[in-house]
Design a protein around this ligand. Structure first.
Ligand code: HMG
Ligand code: MG
Length: 301
């Protein structure tokens, strides 16, 4: 068995997490949350989303949040962008990295962004060229890589084709999203291998929601397959508004603990990370969903 020596964790709590919280979080709280996450040593913190505020009202304050950040050198602060309008907003706010998104399922894409897969790739093409010309980095997401809430099982070939299309449009990395947490380790690893065979393992990330408690097991299987970038959401925040029943991503604290135990470097300061998760949960009025944050040694902040 061979495991990577270092893993890059992409923290998605401020975006994937807060986009689905019923409570309205003031911009100042979001800014402090992002800053606490960066200070805990995370190399990338997805900060917000320049999507339609009618679709995701929780992140309607994207400009205020992004402009209010004191960006730490060496930390990436990608933002989600669905179309040219989103790109213009993101660039005006000073974003240097964007994340574009589509799905391996037609039905999910229609619900999430009101477009077929091919229409969504056209939209991405229209924004990718100007973004690349302006020197922005583009990350790609594919939702429903292991199953769709509307269509059921998703074929590997579909995921491979969408990933190849995203790389063709200029993404430096594609994150494979198990949006509704249906995957199990062998299926997850098989899907990852299929995409890596076409696109290269070093350009892939995995993004597991923990709906059925499988996220850490899936991540371990993918680490064994050679993946070195893993998305996670502190305190297990989040879900997806267009995937009923989808729970939050794997909790970053629990992921960091796993990686530490495997001797894999992440650069993360675990106590500071747990504290950041507890801090935002106190503002949301709920308990963290990470297991680590519930331990007695982390209760007294
Ligand atoms: P649409 O309604 O088809 O768009 O939505 P439209 O172009 O017809 O525009 C309708 C209105 O929205 C117009 O306003 C536009 O100006 C406005 P009106 O003239 O009616 O007043 N609009 C915008 N406003 C601000 N910023 C924009 C923007 N675009 C249009 N960028 C659209 C299409 C894509 C915009 C919409 O469906 C949308 O914003 N969807 C976002 C959904 C979303 O954010 N989902 C969650 C993120 S994806 C995810 O969580 C999965 C992931 O985590 C991976 C995984 O787990 O699988 C990444
Ligand atoms: Mg997600």
């Amino acid at each position: 068995m061979s495991l990577p020596t270092r893993v890059r964790i992409v923290e998605v709590g401020p975006r994937d997490g807060l986009q689905n919280e019923p409570a309205t979080v003031p911009a100042a709280v979001k800014i402090e949350f992002i800053q606490r996450l960066a200070a805990a040593g995370l190399p990338a913190v997805e900060a917000t989303s320049f999507v339609s505020p009618r679709w995701i009202p929780q992140l309607a304050d994207a400009e205020e949040v992004y402009r209010g950040l004191e960006r730490r050198p060496g930390v990436a602060y990608p933002v989600l962008v669905p179309n040219l309008q989103g790109l213009e907003r993101a660039m005006a706010a000073g974003a240097e990295e964007i994340a574009v998104f589509t799905a391996a399922s037609e039905a999910f894409n229609q619900k999430n962004i009101n477009a077929s897969i091919s229409e969504s790739l056209d939209r991405i093409r229209r924004l990718a060229d100007p973004a690349l010309e302006r020197g922005l980095r583009i990350r790609g997401y594919i939702s429903c890589v292991l199953g769709c809430p509307y269509e059921g099982p998703v074929r590997e070939e579909k995921v491979v084709a969408v990933a190849a299309a995203l790389f063709g449009l200029g993404c430096y990395e594609v994150s494979l999203g198990d949006t509704i947490g249906v995957g199990t380790p062998v299926a997850a690893r098989r899907m990852l291998w299929a995409v890596a065979g076409e696109c290269g393992m070093e350009r892939l990330a995995v993004h597991f929601h923990d709906t059925r408690g499988q996220a850490l097991a899936n991540i371990f299987a993918c680490l064994e397959a050679g993946v070195t970038t893993v998305d996670a959401s502190v305190a297990g925040l989040g879900g997806c508004p267009y995937a009923r029943g989808a729970s939050g991503n794997v909790a970053t604290e629990d992921l960091a603990y796993l990686l530490q135990g495997l001797g894999i470097e992440t650069g993360v300061d675990l106590p500071r990370l747990v504290a950041a998760g507890r801090w935002i949960c106190a503002r949301l009025g709920r308990e963290p969903r990470s297991r680590l944050a519930l331990l007695p040694e982390y209760q007294d902040d």
